[in-house]
Design a protein around this ligand. Sequence first.
Ligand SMILES: Cc1ncc(COP(=O)(O)O)c(C=O)c1O
Length: 478
Amino acid sequence: MSSAHITFDTTGDKIARRVRKMRPSAVRNLFAAATRDDVISLSGGMPAVSLLPEEDVRRAVLAAVESPQARAVSLQYGPTDGLAGLRAVLADMMRDLGIRVKADQILVTSGAQQALTLIAEAFIDPGDIIITEGPTYLGALQAFSAFEPDIRAIPFDEDGMRMDLLEAELERIGKGNPRLKFCYTIPNFQNPGGVTMNAERRRRLLELADEYGFMVVEDDPYGRLRYDGGHQVPLKAMDDSVIYLGTISKMLGPGLRTGWIAAPESVLARVNLVKQGADLCGSAFDQLVVQHYFADIPWQRTLQKFIALYKERRDTMLAALDEFFPPEASWTHPAGGMFLWITLPDYMDTDSMLAEALEAGVTYVPGNSFFPDGVTGKNSMRVNFSFETPESITEAIRRLAGVIEERLELYRVFINAGALPGYGKEAVMAENERENWDEVIVASEQNEEAVMQSHDGDAAQIEIAEDKVAEAEEEAAE
Ligand SMILES: Cc1ncc(COP(=O)(O)O)c(C=O)c1O
């Protein structure tokens, strides 16, 4: 006979204040749904690791275990800074990006994600001001928010973070404000925006950092995944004081948790202290595999294969968007990376629309996940083009367009009636010479509720909602 167990959460009131405020990652939450056979996932940021030549992987892994000397390193504790051999290889690799650092100006981390946490722990006190792009990488928001900063998100356009808006924010913050710690930026093929900061804005950002006294953290996981145009000079190559974050996740595989920080020694010394408490040292096994892969294997050849594959997939997605998406939508045109950012009219809510998308067999990440307040960006979404095949990408965009179109159709009824505040209002006002718009706006808020209720596809609900619009219009006209 089975017995039922009721478990009471006795730890709830013991949880740290900062953890209570933490939000789970929408991407992590979507992981389970995304692996369902009937669902095409545009939500993750997974590289196509199946493309890695088996022989190359085998050689790199074997090199880490085949000799007693190798095993004495790979199965042992290592230095907190990372294996000296790997740090030398990474310094070498950065030289072709124009970055000149010595091996001892590098600290190896467990992925760039750990670098973000270590930097946050080393530099953020509660209430400190951090600047990011808005939207920005949600893993960075998670890492930072554990230390309770005041995050100021600066919008971007196709040329990266808007420097005019950054300057306006800095004026509000004030010069030499001790609370202002750093600006976190993903200048190449930003996650989630896909946009790249142009050279002039890079220069301006560094000038502003000097003028206002903040550090610059440059996160660059996608820099080598460029499909069009020439490379931009990294911020780190322009200014040695920049804290640069690298990772092998998108060039080799995120399963080997290996990233790094290249920074002035004074920064690394503090990060090293924090890392000792976090994990003593990273996985020596992972590091040795990575060291051999980048030192002894023609990895550039494989990188070129990744680039060709992702470029084709990006082109497929852009073509599908052009073909299937409604004219109310717009999207970025990334020259590299893995993501693009779709913006819908601002009355749309991609968070609540996700359930319908899942039902239609497609996932994306709702835009509000990438903003510190969890609210801004509700009318946008991030889609990934690196993982699915071109056929699946086209089908996914077709399905997504259908879901969006269905919602838009409902809204169009109200917009045409002038019943959504700010949409079509002037046109309808001119037509009917209405005077009392307040009533229409109040009524239209009720109508919005009716619209939301009618999203389950119930035609009767749509009719009721439409009647409400007509009633509100009549009342306002009287
Ligand atoms: C901008 C950005 N930073 C950091 C990371 C984390 O990378 P890693 O796998 O090295 O932890 C990602 C992963 O997608 C990312 O997009």
